[in-house]
Design a binder for this molecule. Structure first.
Ligand SMILES: Cc1cc2nc3c(=O)[nH]c(=O)nc-3n(C[C@H](O)[C@H](O)[C@H](O)COP(=O)(O)O)c2cc1C
Length: 294
């Protein structure tokens, strides 16, 4: 499948069949993970395969997942980092690459968030490994092939009953005109402007990126041939989730520009001086920019 189809068809599965993922496919994911380039090559991410889904689900109930709600799955991957500064951006970027690979293999998955103190996860699973657990992926086969729309709204408690299955298989997303500003913060443009700049396709797919609680915290500022990224901070989320969500959108933007034959690179400069010069509001975390200049 090409990257746009993968992005479009990717969804979070919370209701897995008991059917296990065959070991050949697990091996394929593991060998992909060894080749997959992270955003920061000087940071280590160790992907651990957890084959006993029942044990993991029981051990992590009340610990991992939004509000401690674990997602029951036949198998899981646990991602452990060497705990360098801002490593969650790297985890978001890297794990989402694996999510797309899993999707390409005809499997389903769901991100599961871990508590800020990831050591609790290691203790619960009796895992003796160096580093900090940063994310979990549930893998398997979706019981219901339809996409789930997450109706989470800030101010309400997240619960499984707040999600419903929709017939058209599409979970709700903001429109590109709501998340990309032009020349100055807050200045929106019409779809025609995106088309004129050859950016319509990139953002049509970029906004399909998954994010924690489906909160879609990313905002972009397109100015002087630079695409600046900021993440809306919120009391309900934490810095870890902000950075994981940032890493995912960074991957999508990179993949989609490449797909459109535009090569560029991301420069990460979290909350650097530029936040002031380009007037990003205080309640946003400035992440960095994508540019085609070398
Ligand atoms: C960093 C991150 C953490 C997430 N953690 C959880 C989780 O703990 N439990 C859960 O049910 N979904 C989790 N999700 C899935 C999101 O809720 C989901 O991606 C979002 O609602 C969009 O839906 P979609 O993936 O089906 O398009 C997480 C997603 C991300 C990106």
């Amino acid at each position: 499948m090409n990257i746009k189809d993968l992005i479009e068809n990717s969804k979070s599965t919370r209701d897995f069949k008991e059917k296990r993922v065959p070991e050949e496919l697990v091996k394929e994911v593991i060998s992909f993970s060894k080749e997959a380039k992270p955003l920061y090559t000087d940071q280590k991410i160790h992907m651990m395969y957890l084959e006993d889904g029942n044990m993991v689900n029981e051990a992590l109930e009340g610990i991992a997942g939004f509000n401690g709600i674990m997602i029951k799955a036949p198998q899981y991957f646990l991602f452990v980092t060497d705990n360098k500064e801002h490593d969650q951006i790297n985890v978001g970027y890297y794990v989402q690459k694996i999510v797309l690979k899993i999707q390409d293999l005809g499997l389903d998955s769901c991100w599961i968030s871990v508590p800020e103190d990831g050591q609790i996860v290691k203790e619960a699973l009796s895992i003796d490994v160096e580093g900090e657990p940063a994310a979990i992926l549930a893998i398997g086969y979706d019981e219901d092939e339809k996409k789930v729309i997450n109706q989470f709204k800030w101010g309400e408690n997240y619960s499984k009953t707040s999600m419903k299955v929709v017939e058209n298989n599409v979970s709700s997303r903001l429109s590109m005109t709501e998340v990309v500003y032009f020349d100055k913060w807050g200045k929106t443009e019409t779809l025609d402007q995106f088309i004129e700049l050859g950016m319509e396709e990139v953002f049509r797919y970029a906004v399909m990126a998954p994010s924690s609680f489906n909160r879609q915290p990313w905002r972009f500022l397109l100015k002087d041939n630079h695409l600046y990224l900021a993440i809306k901070e919120d009391d309900k989320a934490n810095e870890e989730l902000d950075l994981l969500d940032a890493g995912i959108i960074i991957l999508y933007v990179e993949l989609l520009f490449t797909e459109n034959s535009i090569d560029g690179t991301w420069k990460i400069e979290i909350d650097g001086e530029r936040k002031e010069t380009i007037h990003i509001p205080q309640d946003y975390k400035y992440i960095g920019y994508f540019s085609t200049e070398q």
